[in-house]
Design a binder for this molecule. Sequence first.
Ligand code: IDE
Length: 448
Amino acid sequence: MTKLQFPLDFVWGSATSSYQIEGAYDEDGKGESIWDIFSHTLGKINNNDTGDVACDHYHRYKEDIELMKEIGLDSYRFSISWPRILPNGKGEINQKGLNFYKELVDQLLEAGIEPVITLYHWDLPQALQEEGGWANRDTIKYFVKYAEVLFDELGAKVSQWITHNEPWVVSFLGYAEGEHAPGIKDRKQALQVAHNLLVSHGLVVKKFRELDLTGDIGITLNLTSVYSYSETDKDQEAAQLMEEYINGWFLDPVFKGSYPKKLAQIYENQFGKIDIQAGDMDLISQEIDFLGINYYSRALINYNPNSKFYGIESIKPAESDYTAMNWEIYPDGLYDLLTKLNQEYTNKPLYITENGAAFDDQIIAGQVNDQRRINYLKEHFKSVYRAIQDGVPVRGYYVWSLMDNFEWAYGYSKRFGLIYVDYNTQKRTLKDSAYWYQQVIEENSIGI
Ligand SMILES: OC[C@@H]1[C@@H](O)[C@H](O)[C@@H](O)c2nc(CNc3ccccc3)cn21
């Protein structure tokens, strides 16, 4: 068997987020988040599931760290619940909430696992939503203050920080499509939210530099490889517009200091100008230390005049394989994305901050044979290996997810974990993929 050997310092990790695993939604002084409100609103979440208990990680974190150690993770990416730190989003600090994350970081470091913190993974304090949320430019300064509390408390121990997880999803699923919290359907407001999120990213990076902290800071974007279904001008134009919509809308401001021209003009013609203040774009595009990439699948695009979104239509080839989310399995898309990012946007280090798959995992006699997930991960690891061999500075890879968890609007119906969670008993069971990943990490290689 041929072994593909990864660089000696390559980081193998796994990722989660606060609302999806912690539970204890109203414990120890934590304030409400927009996802507490959204999941408590009947009809929003599959089966009316909520994150009230989730994986009960708030109480079981020590057991979960032991499982991370058993898998052999080098690093663990998690997010901090803003309303657990600042129940009202601003003002008084909830010391019990802060203590939870201080203990989590200390236990991770004691276990030899590097903590990577995502400052915002969608759970905005509800008190700030009541003042307009991310559509209100004031939220930016409250985000900077929240970040500063964490930098002061954890900056000496945590060496890698992510400002935002997927501002595209926050903006366009939360404020345009209404599928995510806060459930607003207003595309013009979504564009202002996208801009305010980017400004908040820039100001937090600036604060991080001012505090002269030793670690690195970056942002995580959900990115997709976009392909035209045919060589026709119409299909290629539709694909280019999709590229600007799904990738460029955040990549261009962060790395080029401007929004993608074609789509920006379409939006301005349709909605008028959004509030962009002097200096915003320079702030947004200041240097960062790395880019986090969440990749799951590609987009295959053709032009359809009847499409409700600027003639853009996604094609799902019948001959492809799909995950339980109905996302096409397309590992080559990760290679193409990585090379494109390195050629067109940045020479900075790249981390796959999320990649993984949901399948209909079954636990039988205490085992989960998730060979499809092993195959999925192996093929995507191979794409990363190819990109590294071509000189792309990919420094690490975080499997989504460490454990099955609350999958947003899908509730608990989709399982992405390396670890199976029985939500009735909270029993954790390592899936076959966890044992496979354990060997990959131990050997720092994959067999092909
Ligand atoms: O859906 C799986 C994960 C999710 O659990 C994470 O919290 C989130 O960071 C995440 N982002 C994507 C990719 N982007 C995306 C696309 C459509 C809907 C939601 C997210 C997948 N995932």
